[in-house]
Design a protein around this ligand. Sequence first.
Ligand code: GDG
Length: 480
Amino acid sequence: MSRLIVVSNRVAPIQEGKPSAGGLAIGVLDALKETGGVWFGWSGEIVGEAADPVLEKSGNVTYATVGLTRRDYDQYYRGFSNATLWPTFHYRNDLSRFDREEYAGYMRVNAGLAAKLKTLLKDDDIIWVHDYHMLPFAQELRKLGIANPIGFFLHIPFPVPEMMRTVPPYEELIAAMCQYDVVGFQTENDKQSFIDYIERTGRGHSSDDDMLQAFGRTLKVGAYPIGIYPDAIAKAAEQFSNRKQVKSLRDSMRGRKLIMSVDRLDYSKGLVERFQAFERLMLNAPGWHGRVSLVQIAPPTRLDVQTYQRIRQNLEGEAGRINGRFAQLDWTPIQYLNRKYERNLLMALLRLSQVGYVTPLRDGMNLVAKEYVASQDPEDPGALVLSQFAGAADQLPGALVVNPFDLSQMSEALERALSMPLAERQARHANMMAPLRENNLSVWRDSFLSDLRSVANAASVTEKTVKTVKQGARRPAAKA
Ligand code: GDG
């Protein structure tokens, strides 16, 4: 089987066997180990000047990482990726800015990374590129003459055409995306937005089997909802339940109920609205005073992007205001923890809570929602309150699905979740575990790679046919 080359903005600093490695990193790594291959991307370091990739081999997998210069980091990562694409793709074009130089930097870094990857490629490698930092990566490889099959998976939402058109170089970006052979999205909606753009602008058309003819190319588009390994999470959550931190949280609750939220500190996650809906619960249902706390774990990210500094201040302000309004000497309504926890400990904390509260304003999938379900004790599971704008809402039929812009609805759902009878919680939990098992992380990875390999096979069959036809044409005509 051909080698797999994985390209992502960051190469996960994987220390195998360490519980800190996230599920996605493990899933991708498993695929790499199966065929052997390379994981290529940014090392996470800022360097004085660009250099060749640093190679580290572990078994049949090579980690190839490169540093970024300060200018590259500012323009490509902090700028166009995270201050233009991220907000717009999450429908926050009010927070998005466009700067031509940053865009030029984004294209320059993609071209530079493609040139570096080229030196590591073999003819029959298949290449799997991840996420919004890398939209034009295939185009840059094609310019260098790379004809290998290249797939792309977008982890975040793909916006509807009118929203996409607010990013000034939208047409160039979409044309560049059509240089991939397979373009994968988290949901059918995201996939449809991409097709809608192509069809409404007259750039191409799609067929029933999700093949798209556009910008002179044929590519496959598909929805590949990312999954988790639910049974491994269930096991870890149970095992870590007797950890000191988990016990001390349990003791500090003194019989109170616990609503738990875990998100990177990001405006797309709807944290402010979430706190305000909890406040509304406190206002409308005073019977819960002193009987329930909301614990929000929000490790900070992208602190050097200005909007992220603002969200942090905003959230701290809201937590302080709400606590000031309702707290009692022995009860803090909202505990806001602005730090990162070890992964398995986090799963045990999720298991401890009676309600998982996952209400992003927009999210590609949202793995925390899935992890919340998986980490529960099936005998006494918590209930999940989930935003309709998380990709995960399509896949978790037992959740209480809410609109995160409707604070009253969220507050009612919280109350319903807190009071939900055991039998209903068990039934809803079982109803969600089944699809989580059926569509686990391996299924996501294997279905994407199988589509990419089919494209590769189809291309090699076409190439052989073309060669045979050409050779046939060169043969002298047989005498009559
Ligand atoms: C992007 C898309 C899509 C969180 N806090 C800690 C911690 N986490 C882990 C969670 C979860 C992961 O980080 C976050 O994943 P999400 O899916 O919730 O969100 P994004 O980071 O925005 O991810 C998203 C995803 O890509 C995959 O395709 O679902 O829509 O935006 O696994 O548990 N992990 C540890 N400590 C923490 O404090 N160790």
